[in-house]
Write a new protein. Structure first.
Lengths: 353, 460, 279
């Protein structure tokens, strides 16, 4: 057996050697540049094959390195591929189909997207989601930046304050929304009670925090409160990256606090702000649980004044079993996130240029 | 433990009394019972289904079978366990495996479980009609007509309920529980206010008047004359009781007077505010057992809940122990006793590999034997006979006055939601605008107009 | 000079006042939660006069919650999920990130782009197809589904890669010359260095998994597989007026995340700073 492979190997080597010398001769003879290049490429291939055979190793050094690298990536990538990439591709396809999860899939073309235009609930969801984003993104950004600047000063108990600010982010949504609903209870909650007792707001006009147009505002307030600690940490990290000399120089020039902020802190933080805004936007478009838990009541149903895109996606998919249409709504969500991200990338690139 | 024993004893007693009345086969006679159904089944199975599995069934009839059954709230609902125990005693070769899917999103969860392949449920409980429609459209459950025809199940005993869930001439579920809506009231509150109890023959106007009479808006010791849970059924469905309208109509103008009544009551403090209820997610049982609600319109399932929870001490009997029921109020010119019905059914999944055994279970539970078990815990089986009524009203804990017993006599029963093609979507639309009207986001007229528009667009 | 000194003092005072306001805003709901958890239903909404601890504290709420619903089961499930997901996430992410940051190989940029692109993709966009796929694989209503869902996030890889890129390449080169294999370099040099980044990732993953609601809602159906968040929500809709119990349950659900946060927060800001999360 070994003898046979041994002989076949020497034959192979001989063949390759012959092919190599032949090609080298042809290169010399060849006039056309492009063809010449091709042949040279072939020569290098023959060479590497020869080396491999002669050294008796199966893999070249490069291939080995690749393999090691892939072995590092594989555990995560396989999971990522199966559970994220494939579903994403599937989601794109599904938006053009009609499917209820059981019966055969049929192709729908653009019909799902056409339906969107006449759908009152979709329009309400889209509107609420946009209002929520427009309210939440700037407010959270400003609040977290202010918080970060204050907590970056040398103050007593800084660590404790930082931890406190991060508490709401860590706390579970179900738990914390139930507290908010008690605090803002329309007729019994302490907030309305204070409004009634101390500010003499008549009982009929006490704000109904979780219904009507106030609903989205409550959602915005809640998200700012819950998430500002998280973005504060990111800003803190950004602030710590600004060299102290800049401030010293500015102080020497007589620049006040506001000027220091305007000419040093803000421009230095621009990449942090970019990151914060992108992450905030993405997270805001994803809003679902906040709406369901604040405005959904026991059954979790949302009226047109509180419905959001993800809720509609969920409802269409898991209650009405209209998977294609649900995917089409999801595509709208994706497109909006994409557009906002691209706009911000452009702005960022221009600033840096 | 003790409770269980009592209930079992009771179920046996009720069963015995029932049997004397209807002359059905004795339930605790497995030896004769089991082969009988098997032989009956053989003929249709051979005709309709592929021959091989049916033949196997009959040859190895004693072969142990396990049926996986989807239910909700096992710990708080007594009859699931009772049914399982009674059926297993009658059919020693069958094991019933209950899977609790929780009541909150039961039908959603079930539809998820059953869509596509990979489910291993044999029998599923059908909680509501929209969910039933979804399962039928997904081909997740099988039509039972061939079985029904072959076993000679008489559908007329379901008093028309099965007609309303028949899809294109086919029936996919058999009801085993049939609840109807009644008016619960707290006698102590009426006594304290010196107001006469509600009666079995009230128009909506009389009901409204009564609710206002008993209401006390003094801050700190409020008494609410009535209570509406956040479901749309509590308001919208008062309107369909005249028999002329249905929830699938596409035009909902007829609901306006009822919205006006409820919203006016809310304004005057006669009932709790919808927005408050929604914020706290207050459960109707918590509201009624709290002792500050005089009347509550609710399904008859709440009777069993009241009875068990008062007995176990979960509800404070000084607050709500003295309760009664009367017939649902009715519109002018409609006979008293017209009310809404909600059926709970059983269906056989298309994924089941033992459909014949599953069908036998469905037939048993929805038949007379199952009815006896249901009645023993104060629940209303789909087959309502005088004996069943008698069994329920004589249970310990059931209100003792004559009016409460009389309240169980229903003259016209309208299903909350009959079957329709888009019933699931219509349901979502009506739910959503019910919320909008009740929170005041939309005026009654705007809300109803929006319902009309959305639903007719769907029906087109 | 003196006015400057006074200015500095005023500034300090303003800062402290602001801090106080923030602290109050942040902590009030938690204090309310704590207080309501030991009150009876009648005391919960009394604010005139407001008592923080009622004369007869109802500590029994903390006991009752374990018997009213299978709370222990929910806690067990959530712990299991969170710990497995966090460990898997740390392991696979740092593994893959090392490769992306320190090794040169074919299709590196392409593969990394796939990761980056999905960070901007909201999970909700593909949750439906993902669910269908998982159900096909028989993962519906199994805890494993949540593990698969959470453990392989692009975010973790991105975070760790940013951190590793901050570690000088010379370190690895030197180790390679010493004859260490890539696996040895990863375990002996990189992992010990990446504590801040790992701590950051632990906090993020732990908080996310522990508090996740929509994922378990879609995948976990049977009662005994539910997580704390689902259990709490179910409890709230069932015992809607038992505020004390609801608050007690909520308090309990906060404790593990708080412990994790406090343990790792030492590294946290450093971690965020060094992982380039700041942009």
């Amino acid at each position: 057996m070994s003898n046979m492979t041994g002989t076949s190997k020497s034959i192979q080597i001989e063949d390759l050697q012959n092919a190599l010398t032949e090609t080298i001769e042809r290169v010399h003879a060849e006039k056309d540049d492009r063809k010449k290049k091709k042949l040279i490429l072939q020569i290098s291939k023959y060479n590497s094959k020869l080396n491999k055979l002669k050294s008796g190793k199966l893999l070249s050094r490069q291939a080995k390195r690749d393999l090691i690298a892939y072995s590092f990536i594989a555990p995560n990538f396989i999971g990522f591929c199966v559970f994220t990439l494939i579903p994403i591709v599937f989601a794109f396809a599904l938006a053009f189909m009609k499917w209820d999860g059981s019966n055969p899939i049929t192709f729908e073309g653009l019909n799902n997207f056409k339906r969107l235009f006449g759908d009152t609930f979709f329009k309400a969801a889209l509107k609420n989601t946009i209002i929520y984003c427009v309210g939440t993104v700037p407010l959270t950004m400003v609040a977290s930046l202010a918080l970060a600047i204050i907590l970056n000063q040398k103050v007593v108990g800084r660590g404790i304050f930082r931890t406190l600010a991060f508490f709401p982010y860590v706390a579970s949504l179900v738990a914390i929304t139930s507290v908010w609903k008690m605090l803002f209870h329309p007729s019994k909650g302490p907030i309305n009670n204070i409004l009634y007792t101390f500010f003499h707001v008549p009982q009929e006009s006490l704000p109904q925090w979780f219904s009507g147009s106030l609903c989205v505002i409550s959602m915005i307030l809640f998200s700012v409160w819950k998430y500002m600690g998280y973005y504060m940490v990111i800003y803190l990290a950004g602030l710590q990256g600004i060299p102290g000399e800049l401030y010293e120089a500015a102080a020497l020039d007589g620049a006040g606090t506001w000027k220091q902020f305007k000419y040093i802190t803000w421009p230095q933080l621009s990449s942090t702000t970019f990151f914060v805004v992108v992450m905030l936007t993405i997270n805001c478009f994803k809003v679902y649980d906040i709406a369901v838990m604040l405005a959904g009541g026991g059954s979790g149903e949302l009226t047109t004044s509180a419905t959001v895109l993800v809720y509609y996606i969920y409802q269409k998919a898991f209650i009405d079993w209209d998977l294609g249409y649900s995917s089409a709504v999801a595509m709208v969500l994706f497109l909006m996130v994409l557009v906002v991200t691209i706009i911000q990338f452009r702005g960022q690139a221009r600033k840096e240029a | 433990m003790k409770k269980k024993v009592i209930s079992l004893l009771m179920s046996a007693a009720v069963a015995a009394s029932l049997l004397a009345g209807c002359g059905a086969q004795p339930a605790p006679a497995p030896a004769t019972e089991a082969p009988k159904t098997e032989t009956k089944e053989e003929t249709p199975a051979a005709e309709v289904k592929e021959e091989t599995p049916a033949a196997e069934e009959t040859v190895e009839e004693a072969e142990p079978v396990t049926l996986k059954w989807a239910i909700w709230d096992e710990s708080t609902t007594q009859y699931w366990g009772d049914i399982k125990a009674a059926y297993e005693t009658a059919h020693p070769n069958v094991t019933i495996e209950m899977v609790d899917l929780g009541s909150t999103d039961y039908m959603t969860v079930l539809a998820t479980e059953l869509s596509g392949s990979g489910s291993d449920f044999d029998v599923v409980t059908i909680k509501d009609v929209p969910g039933y429609a979804t399962l039928v459209q997904k081909n997740a459950i099988i039509p039972l007509d061939d079985y029904i025809a072959a076993d000679g199940v008489d559908l007329s005993k379901y008093a028309g309920a099965t007609d309303q869930v028949t899809v294109d001439g086919k029936l996919y579920e058999l009801p085993f529980r049939n609840d109807f809506w009644v008016l619960f009231y707290n006698k102590d509150i009426f006594d304290a206010a010196g107001v006469d109890y509600p009666t079995n023959d009230m128009t909506w106007e009389e009901y409204d008047e009564l609710a206002r009479k008993v209401t006390d808006t003094t801050f700190g010791s409020q008494i609410y004359g009535t209570h509406y849970h956040t479901w749309r059924s509590t308001v919208q469905l008062c309107a369909v009781l005249d028999g002329k309208h249905s929830i699938l109509d596409g035009n909902y103008d007829f609901m306006k007077p009822y919205y006006e009544m409820v919203l006016n009551q809310e304004k005057d403090g006669v009932c709790r505010k919808y927005t408050d209820l929604k914020t706290e997610g207050l459960h109707y049982s918590a509201a009624f057992s709290g002792g500050d609600v005089a009347m509550l319109n609710m399904g008859s399932w709440f009777i069993a809940t009241m009875m068990t929870n008062l007995k176990s001490g979960e509800y404070d009997s000084s607050l709500c122990g003295n309760w009664g029921i009367v017939k649902y109020p009715h519109a002018d010119g409609v006979p008293a006793g017209s009310t809404l019905g909600t059926i709970t059914g059983l269906a056989v999944t298309s994924a089941s590999d033992t459909p014949d055994a599953a069908w036998d279970f469905v037939k048993w539970v929805s038949g007379e034997e199952g009815a006896a078990v249901m009645a023993s815990s104060g629940n209303f089986p789909a087959i309502m006979t005088d004996e069943v009524k008698e069994a329920i009203t004589s249970l310990d804990g059931f209100p003792t006055d004559e009016a409460s017993k009389e309240a169980l006599n229903v003259s016209n029963l309208y299903l909350e939601v009959p079957y329709g093609e888009n019933v699931s979507e219509i349901n979502s639309i009506l739910d959503s605008y019910h919320g909008s009207i009740m929170t005041g986001e939309m005026s009654i007229d705007d809300g109803i107009a929006a319902m009309n528009e959305e639903v007719s667009a769907l029906l087109k | 000079m003196r006015s400057a000194h006074r200015k500095a003092i005023i500034r300090k005072i303003i800062v402290y006042i602001l801090l106080l306001i923030i602290a109050v805003l942040m902590i009030t709901p938690f204090l309310w939660m704590f207080s309501a958890a030991i009150k009876s239903d009648r005391e919960v909404f009394k604010i005139n006069p407001f008592v923080f601890i009622p004369p007869v504290p109802k500590w029994s709420n903390y006991v009752d919650i374990w018997t009213r619903i299978p709370f222990a089961r929910f806690v067990g499930n959530t712990f299991f999920l969170t710990i497995v997901v966090t460990l898997l996430q740390l392991l696979t992410s740092s593994f893959a990130a090392y490769s992306f940051a320190k090794l040169r190989f074919r299709y590196r940029n392409g593969l990394f782009l796939a990761y980056i692109a999905t960070i901007a993709m909201p999970w909700q966009v593909y949750m439906v197809p993902q669910f269908i796929l998982m159900r096909r694989m028989g993962l519906n209503d199994r805890l494993l589904a949540i593990i698969c869902l959470q453990a392989f996030s692009a975010f973790g890889v991105f975070l760790m890669k940013q951190f590793y890129e901050g570690i000088p390449d010379d370190l690895c080169e030197a180790a390679r010359i010493d004859g260490m294999s890539e696996y040895q370099i990863y375990t002996r040099i990189m992992l010990p260095l990446s504590k801040p980044a790992l701590a950051t990732l632990v906090i993020f993953t732990f908080v996310n998994t522990w508090n996740d609601y929509l994922g378990p809602l879609i995948y976990l159906k049977t009662q005994n597989k539910k997580t704390i968040q689902l259990g709490l929500k179910m409890f709230i809709s069932q015992y809607s007026s038992d505020y004390g119990l609801i608050m007690a349950g909520s308090m309990l659900s906060l404790i593990p995340v708080l412990i994790i946060f406090l343990c790792f927060q030492k590294y946290f800001v450093e971690g965020v700073a060094s992982t380039g999360l700041k942009g």
